[in-house]
Design a protein around this ligand. Structure first.
Ligand code: FDA
Length: 394
């Protein structure tokens, strides 16, 4: 005998929980399962333990997807204000960190507790440590075989997330199920991920581990992000790098503006007039972290008094600092990536309900879908919005 339900959701992360709450509130009988030993593990880890749960300014332009319009409908129907209302209902204190990013004042645990409480109120039946053995559809009913028994359901929702951070329960199961049911996949790769620098050309940079800039601008193709940057033992990290990593293509160089707030050429010319005896290294140390100024000088210029440099050379020094071209060797991979780019092709999903156009009653939500947000609360907002869209339909 199998247990029958109306909505069966695989994956109790951000999207699965929101979908379960929404469907449960509509009076649907919902079972939510996860193979991990607890729900919402990524939420717990998120935002450095404070969960950057949404962003005040969200639009489809903040997402990467083969179809850049796909996310519009769900994002418009479940907005940041809707999630903020929920957070306020549960009296969770929060603050805006920068550029609209909302974080809990306290712990991410509050968000998980809030979602668990809403699930309970909506009579959602949650099973953790539930391993799915098989899923198939016969007639209009899905049959799910698991280590906790067999289930049957009218709607099956896949909310298994992406491949990033396997130690937090990530698996490729959602992609496998997608393929099984005839869905196409857009190529998957790590996103919001530190970049690595290897090879002789980058050896001098290894001494910079721990050096950070509060504002740098990273550029690739037409995309650019201004935020913090950090040199690591293996390469580059920090928000400006994580953001551009989702756009970066292997084998190609990206550009870094180390001093985006300063007219470096004007600054150097002025100092050349005022202090012609000052050496380049010490002048650069006033506008860059000491170790970075030293390394840039060692790599590219002879350290001389400023008065010795013709203006043309000062212009080229300024240009190097504002348009430093770096060729990353790769990324730190799924082990360190915050998200997975690519996934279930949106061409075969309804943008308003997330239902499959191939198999009726089958839904894909959250990160498993080929919609990936920028850094800054956008990925959770997609999880809430796509979860709500499916929960209102399933
Ligand atoms: P999610 O990964 O949350 O959930 C998927 C669930 O499916 C998991 O519980 C997993 O155990 C389960 N599962 C997988 N395979 C299964 C199987 N075979 N059987 C059963 N269950 C299975 N975003 C943001 O907006 N703000 C932030 O602050 C952060 N911070 C952050 C920090 C870190 C360290 C990471 C790794 C990621 C972030 N993110 C983020 C990204 C964000 O966490 C992510 O985009 C969402 O959690 C995606 O929600 P989903 O529900 O789609 O997947």
């Amino acid at each position: 005998m199998s247990e029958h339900t109306e909505v069966f959701i695989i994956g109790a992360g951000a999207a699965g929980l929101m979908c379960a709450i929404t469907a449960g509130q509509r009076g649907r009988k919902v079972i939510l399962v996860d193979h991990a030993n607890r729900i919402g593990k990524k939420i717990l880890m998120s935002g450095g333990g404070h969960c950057n749960f949404t962003n005040l300014s969200v639009s489809a332009a903040n997402y990467l997807s083969t179809n850049k319009h796909f996310a519009k409908s769900a994002l418009a129907r479940y907005t940041p204000e809707n999630f903020i209302e929920l957070v306020e209902k549960h009296q969770i204190a929060y603050h805006e960190k920068e550029a609209g990013q909302l974080f809990c004042d306290g712990s991410s645990k509050q968000i998980v507790a809030m979602l668990a409480g809403e699930c309970q109120a909506a009579n959602v039946d949650i099973h953790t440590q539930c391993n799915i053995i098989s899923c198939k559809k016969e007639g209009v009913i899905f049959h799910i075989e698991s280590n906790q028994g067999d289930f049957s359901a009218e709607s099956l929702v896949i909310a298994t997330g992406g491949l990033s951070i396997p130690s937090l329960g990530a698996s490729g199961f959602g992609y496998q199920l997608g393929r099984q049911f005839g869905h196409n996949l857009q190529n998957t790769r790590p996103g919001l991920v530190p970049l690595t620098l290897t090879g002789r050309a980058h050896e001098p940079l290894s001494g910079l581990a721990g050096v950070s800039l509060s504002s740098a601008e990273t550029r690739f193709n037409k995309q650019h992000f201004r935020a913090g940057l950090l040199f690591t033992h293996r390469g580059l990290s920090g928000p400006a790098i994580l953001q551009i990593s989702s756009f970066w293509q292997e084998g190609k160089a990206l550009e870094i503006d180390l001093l985006p707030e300063l007219d470096v050429y004007a600054y150097l010319c002025q100092l050349k007039m005022q202090k012609p005896q000052s050496f380049l290294k010490s002048v650069l140390s006033e506008i860059l972290p000491n170790r970075l100024a030293q390394t840039m000088c060692d790599l590219y210029w002879h350290n001389q008094p400023l008065g010795n440099y013709p203006d043309l050379e000062l212009a080229s020094i300024a240009q190097k600092l504002r348009q430093w071209s770096i060729l990353p060797s790769g990324t730190e991979g799924y082990r360190k990536a915050e998200v997975t780019l690519g996934g279930i092709d949106t061409a075969e999903l309804s943008s308003s309900t997330m239902e499959s156009r191939i198999v009726s009653g089958l839904y894909f939500i959250g990160e498993v879908v080929d919609v990936t947000g920028w850094l800054g609360g956008y990925n959770f907002q997609w999880a809430w919005a796509s979860g709500s869209a499916a929960g209102n339909d399933a």
